[in-house]
Design a protein. Structure first.
Length: 202
């Protein structure tokens, strides 16, 4: 006969641990579990937004001939309103830039050199500083024989479709016949030939 040890006297028996319930495997041919619908919609919306943003940056813009935008709010260094049309010649390069724009600062010397060689009675250059300080722009350019105007709120730039700087638009006989998006090397013979061809064709 077995005697209870002092440790076993009055102790509550501990039941054996129960096995954790197991989920039954999915039936054969059952479709896999789907993510909540709201999560799928959110992912799709994010993907569409990303595609749209990339398209805006990299999709080629229409640079074909179009009527030059009219109106808009431009001022001179003294804050007086100046209509862009007053500064246009038979053919004019309209250049949007700013002193706070690094690519603009790099491009300006070649643009000014090209303009000094080519501008005259029928071909001109208009410099439009966007959201810039007049004193800073004048100090950077120095004395130039070209009109310097200011677009403090991107008003005229946006009318041309300009969203980033620098951009240059060639206007001939009231039409935008070519647009140069981004910094351009105006000493490049191909660029000069393109401008000359556009002017001659119009």
């Amino acid at each position: 006969m077995v005697k209870n040890s002092p440790m076993n006297e009055g102790a509550t028996p501990v039941p054996p641990p129960e096995a954790a319930p197991q989920s039954s495997p999915p039936a054969a041919g059952a479709p896999p579990a789907r993510a909540p619908r709201s999560a799928s919609v959110a992912r799709a919306a994010f993907a569409l937004a990303a595609v749209a943003a990339l398209a805006a940056l990299f999709w080629p813009r229409d640079t074909g001939p179009r009527t030059a935008p009219s109106g808009g709010f431009l001022v001179d260094a003294g804050g007086r309103p100046v209509p862009l049309a007053r500064e246009l010649k038979a053919a004019t390069l309209v250049h949007f830039w700013a002193t706070w724009c690094a690519p603009c600062v790099t491009e300006i010397p070649s643009l000014l050199a090209y303009a000094r060689e080519t501008t005259g009675e029928r071909f001109g250059l208009v410099m439009i500083a966007v959201e810039d300080e007049p004193a800073a722009a004048r100090r950077f350019l120095g004395e130039v024989p070209f009109p310097l105007l200011f677009d403090p709120g991107w008003d005229v730039a946006h009318r041309f479709g300009t969203r980033q700087l620098p951009e240059t638009h060639l206007i001939v006989a009231g039409k935008v016949v070519e647009s140069f998006i981004g910094a351009t090397d105006w000493g490049d013979p191909e660029v000069r030939a393109k401008v000359a061809a556009r002017v001659a064709a119009n």
